[in-house]
Design a binder for this molecule. Structure first.
Ligand code: SF4
Length: 595
């Protein structure tokens, strides 16, 4: 089976038993890999209605068929489960080198079920799988020392996917970490790993991935690399990385500032790309990636990758912090403790707002660095103010009687593009399968970062969001990185080798739509529906007082209309349920029974 190993490793933690089963070939045909296979296995393995932190919620690690080959950026790993932050599906992606190593060890997917009776570490060396007691040696360690220890024991080539103290303490926005600075950040997969008493999965592999006609594949990949990857369109990745977005998004009035009170931050110049380039020491890359977007910076006493744009926005401007070293220190704390920087920054900004509004007394203030820097550790350990902040924005705001101050969708804190400065992002957040997310549909690329879209209109955005969601779904079967300019021609060259035949734009987009609808079925089964496809009240109705987007709101009526149009284009009814015709067209009919 070229490109695939053909094996799924199943880890039953309750029984401390490992077994290998063949990859479901029919599912691989329909859902390919990465996001698609992850959701198909999740649909099967998740006990409907199970609590996200219960043993009945599986944790799934999925590679793409091109992991372990030369295909650019396809070394990414998809991680999935039911999210403890949202109760919806979660698929989260992480770069680095774990996915190729898993393929070299002989596995396309790992399905982790149950809960270990005591904390364990799983060590995989090709077909050898060990459950190692973790208490006293690994449990409680922060992410970098844990990786270092495991590499000492297994050899420098070992790849580690781990949860930090935040995940052990079941913080719903705990992330998974690999290669020290790489995070499957969003949605709380770290808490699901922690709930299973699993500290980490470490892997060494000595095998290889076969690609059929290796000469033809290599020739095509190298041609793409020269003509489509190392191009002017992608040069921003290695020249500046994502921090270039700070000033661009701020210039559009969409940079979250002081808990989303406005979209214009006076200190944007001090936390943006120009400031970071002055302290950049080198650039690094994930395995298989010639773009090397990972910017390494030297701060006093600390060298790190990042901060990335989302961290600069949500932990910087949104907290009123313009001190780059302080943001990097906050970022480092989150990384070591295994916290998603995006949600942590959003929650701390909310807590600052609650204090300023007199609804809480945490001692946090916009722009005040001391208390800000202490917050991640308190959250990860659920001590002091952390006991309440660890609830996440939605539940914290509700607890304090100010749900209007939380900027989230389905319980996931919003990314750093304020929809009042780029309306289409609002529809993308509302309809995203995992809660507010900029990685499913990124309409900002068409209205505030180039293109000719109108930032302050939802006209035409429903079509754009549907197309971008379907495209991202098929791209993440690969699993390609969203930082690279992609289209179906580019993907099609790879799929041509995978399937040994020509592909078309329509065929690939149908796969994307199939995966998107499968996710919808999963979310409907978990009790989500139209009421969850919403935007926060302030995004709909409360304008910014200043900045380029001053005075603009998405508007409740316009949003409703756009959501209706989105459902129509998807072939869903008024409640967001896929029609029988839609499911049949996408070969999903058998999964829609009972809706
Ligand atoms: S563009 Fe950056 S994040 Fe994406 S695969 Fe390459 S190095 Fe990793």
């Amino acid at each position: 089976m070229d490109f695939y190993t053909g094996n799924v490793l199943r880890l039953d933690l309750s029984a401390l038993r490992a077994s290998v089963e063949p990859l479901n070939a029919e599912w691989a045909r329909l859902f390919v890999g990465g996001k698609g296979l992850l959701l198909r296995y999740l649909f099967e393995e998740l006990v409907p209605g199970a609590d996200a932190l219960a043993p009945e919620n599986p944790l799934i690690l999925a590679t793409g068929p091109f992991a372990g080959t030369l295909a650019a950026t396809c070394s990414r790993l998809a991680v999935g489960c039911k999210s403890p932050a949202t109760g919806a599906l979660l698929d989260s992606y992480v770069g680095g080198s774990f996915a190729p190593e898993l393929k070299f060890a002989g596995y396309d997917l790992v399905v982790i079920t149950g809960r270990a009776p005591e904390p364990v570490l799983v060590r995989i060396t090709d077909d050898q799988v060990e459950f190692v007691p973790a208490a006293g040696r690994y449990w409680g360690l922060e992410t970098a020392p844990l990786e270092e220890l495991i590499r000492k024991e297994m050899g420098p080539g070992a790849k580690v996917l781990s949860t930090g103290p935040a995940g052990e303490n079941l913080v719903p926005f705990a992330c998974l970490s690999t290669d020290q600075f790489h995070k499957a950040g969003r949605g709380g997969a770290g808490a699901v790993m922690g709930s299973k008493n699993l500290k980490a999965v470490a892997v060494r592999g000595t095998g290889a991935v076969t690609v059929g006609d290796a000469a033809a594949f290599t020739r095509d990949i190298l041609t793409l690399q020269n003509e489509r990857v190392l191009t002017a369109d992608n040069a921003w990745t290695y020249e500046e990385g994502t921090p270039f977005l700070v000033e661009a998004v701020n210039g559009a009035g969409a940079l979250p500032t002081r808990n989303w009170r406005t979209g214009a931050f006076d200190g944007a110049g001090t936390i943006g790309s120009a400031a970071l380039l002055r302290i950049r020491t080198k650039i690094r890359a994930c395995t298989q990636c010639p773009l090397a977007c990972r910017q390494v910076h030297a701060f006093e006493g600390y060298v790190c990758e990042g901060p990335e744009f989302e961290t600069l926005g949500l932990c910087g401007s949104n907290c009123g912090i313009s001190d780059l070293a302080a943001i990097a220190a906050f970022n480092r704390e989150c990384d070591e403790l295994g916290l998603d920087t995006m949600s942590t920054g959003a929650v701390v900004a909310l807590a600052m707002d609650l204090c300023e509004q007199g609804a809480a007394a945490y001692g946090l203030r916009f722009g005040d660095i001391d208390a800000y820097l202490e917050a991640p550790r308190l959250i990860a350990t659920r001590q002091g103010l952390g006991a309440e902040l660890a609830l996440g924005a939605r539940d914290l705001a509700a607890l304090k009687g100010r749900p209007d101050l939380a900027s989230e969708v389905k319980g996931l804190e919003m990314p750093a593009y304020d929809p009042r400065g780029t309306f289409g992002m609002g529809l993308g957040y509302a309809t995203s399968d995992r809660g507010a997310c900029h990685m499913r549909a990124f309409t900002a690329g068409d209205d505030i970062l180039g293109g000719d879209g109108a930032a302050d209109s939802l006209a035409g955005k429903a079509r754009l969001v549907v197309d971008q969601q379907d495209f991202s779904a098929v791209a993440w079967t690969g699993v390609w990185c969203a930082n690279m300019a992609l289209d179906t021609d580019f993907l099609g060259v790879h799929f041509g080798h995978l399937w040994g035949r020509e592909t078309s734009h329509e065929e690939l987009m149908t796969i994307g739509a199939r995966i998107w609808n499968l996710g919808r079925l999963l979310n409907l089964r978990e009790g989500l529906g139209r009421d969850d496809d919403r935007l926060p009240e302030r995004i709909l109705n409360v304008p910014h007082p200043d900045g380029v987007a001053a005075g603009k709101v998405v508007g409740a009526a316009a949003f409703r209309e756009s959501l209706d149009e989105y459902y129509r284009l998807r072939g869903w009814d008024d409640e967001g349920v896929p029609s029988r015709d839609t499911l049949s067209r996408l070969s999903l009919a058998e999964l829609g029974h009972g809706l």
